[in-house]
Design a protein around this ligand. Structure first.
Ligand code: HPA
Length: 276
């Protein structure tokens, strides 16, 4: 694994991927969260590339993260999907967590759909619910953009419309069209890998978080610096610590993720089809 997460390095990675996917140029990027990898099976004419064959990508170790790049067609669009992402809790530098988005941009991606498994902080949310990400709180207090400014990236990125208003509308419509009730709320990203204490969850609620997780924000920061529009969904796999008395377990997170999968896949496919 290299430690060069520059845009130039991303272009080299993109060239290696392009050599495996013929002339197809993906315009939509999709990042699949824990337990949500099943969407990859819906991608037609898929070319599957294990991360071991993607220069610059480490092989992920988190359970429930396959570590495959899938290029093909979904909802009539050419997409590149990541089943398995790079978390800072694995010991990866923040810049690596955002690096795949540079690669996607170099491949032609201009719209990014992000997803994650998250704990419900909002007391009205239940395990098995879905939430459109309205905005985020970067409680990782780091940023993959720290370091030399990369070509094509803004140095001081406006994060005011990070989760694009218009795309959130498309997600709402896609959910309605499939008869799926969906929340809209704020995702807070923490490092993990431990889940939160009850006091931390109370604090997060006070800060305005509706859901919490350990990913997504680094990828969104890079996407916005590159001018990629972003939309995302959190799969609420559990009530956050203290919301109920149940302990939070990774097995439950993956299991509920799978129960959510059919609704999630229907919405994302419809959303991609509706993109202009
Ligand atoms: N906290 C943090 N991350 C998570 C959770 C949680 O409760 N559930 C799934 N990912």
């Amino acid at each position: 694994m290299s430690d060069d997460f520059s845009y130039a390095s991303a272009e080299k990675t993109a060239a290696a991927i392009r050599s495996k996917i013929d002339k197809r140029s993906p315009t939509v990027g999709i990042i699949l969260g824990s337990g949500l990898g099943g969407l990859a099976e819906k991608i037609e004419g898929a070319v599957r590339i294990p991360y071991a064959d993607v220069p610059g990508f480490p092989v992920p170790k988190a359970l429930g993260h396959a570590g495959t790049l899938i290029c093909g067609e979904l909802g009539g669009k050419q997409v590149v999907a990541m089943a398995g992402r790079f978390h800072i809790y694995e010991g990866h530098p923040p810049a690596l967590a955002g690096f795949p988005v540079r690669v996607m941009h170099a491949l032609g991606v201009r719209t990014l759909f992000v997803s994650n498994a998250a704990g419900g902080v909002n007391e009205r949310y239940h395990a098995g619910d879905l939430m459109i990400i309205e905005d985020h709180l970067n409680l990782m207090f780091t940023n993959p953009l720290i370091g030399p400014q990369q070509p094509g990236e803004e140095r001081f990125t406006d994060m005011g419309n990070a989760y694009d208003d218009k795309l959130r509308g498309l997600l709402r419509n896609a959910a309605n069209a499939n008869g799926v009730t969906i929340h809209e709320g704020v995702y807070a990203a923490l490092f993990g890998p431990s889940y939160e204490t009850r006091a931390e969850v109370r604090m997060l609620r006070t800060l305005g978080a509706d859901a919490i997780g350990m990913s997504t924000v680094p990828e969104v920061l890079v996407a916005r610096a590159l001018g990629i529009r972003v939309a995302g969904i959190s799969a609420i796999t559990n009530a956050a610590s203290g919301v109920t008395n149940a302990p939070v377990s990774h097995a439950e997170v993956l299991d509920v993720g799978r129960q959510i999968a059919a609704r999630f896949e229907a919405i994302v496919t419809e959303f991609v089809a509706r993109l202009d």
